[in-house]
Ligand binder design. Sequence first.
Ligand SMILES: C[S@@+](CC[C@H](N)C(=O)[O-])C[C@H]1O[C@@H](n2cnc3c(N)ncnc32)[C@H](O)[C@@H]1O
Length: 256
Amino acid sequence: MAHCQFGKAEFWDERYMHRKEPFDWYQRWSGIKDVVTQYVKPGNRILNVGCGNSKLPEEMYEDGYSLITNIDFSTYAIEDMHHRYAHQFADMQFIKMNALKMSFEDASFDAIIDKGTLDSILCGDRSSIMAHRMLSQVYRVLTAGGVYIVISYGPPENRLKYFNKPQFKWEVYCYKIAKPILSNTFTLAMDQADEPGVHYIYVCQRSNPRAIKNVTASPIPSAKDDLDPDEASESGEEHDEEGSEDYEEEEEDMDI
Ligand SMILES: C[S@@+](CC[C@H](N)C(=O)[O-])C[C@H]1O[C@@H](n2cnc3c(N)ncnc32)[C@H](O)[C@@H]1O
């Protein structure tokens, strides 16, 4: 059951031990910046959760985002990143930490970027429980008004159910972007509902009670209209991400 391994630090350690060259899953910064820059500003405190050995922190830094804390539960990923960037970007932090048990204070970050990490947890054992644990931590360390931005291969019918829980007071916007044509991107797993050739960006914006104090109530969309309303519906066919059998079959489509 190869897919279960995506949720395990040993799997990622093994991978990063042998692959030292920088690698970006799904998208480079250039592919997501049009969306991200709408919500995240230089000066914001940013958490890059599950940083791997991607170039995202470097490319964001060069665009003015200097306050980036990067975490990953893989020792090798963090060591590589620290080694690569310690001199170049002295103020950038790389910390070995499990996203399910973060040691940051509440409300430590204005923005959290997750490129492929929630996806990999959803490909692991007890995926729904683990995903909820991670999202609870993300919610806790995010400021009121802050954003959690998830870059994913999963369409809304397989992702919104994790974000739209009563305890999470955030608005969720969804963008669909093209997969890069020429890139070294991989897919963790594929589902029948997945649309080839696209990735999704989910922006979960935590509500800020102070900001809405004097505002007359008006309807706020629960998902961005960039998508076909049918696609944004949660009523699509359920995909049991805890069911190992589904992923046994999906390994046919796995690229790694
Ligand atoms: C698909 S890779 C994405 C890496 C990087 N964000 C990128 O875009 O290239 C998923 C990353 O999440 C990390 N990861 C998975 N589960 C984690 C957890 N519970 N805590 C911290 N990192 C985790 C893995 O070590 C891996 O580096």
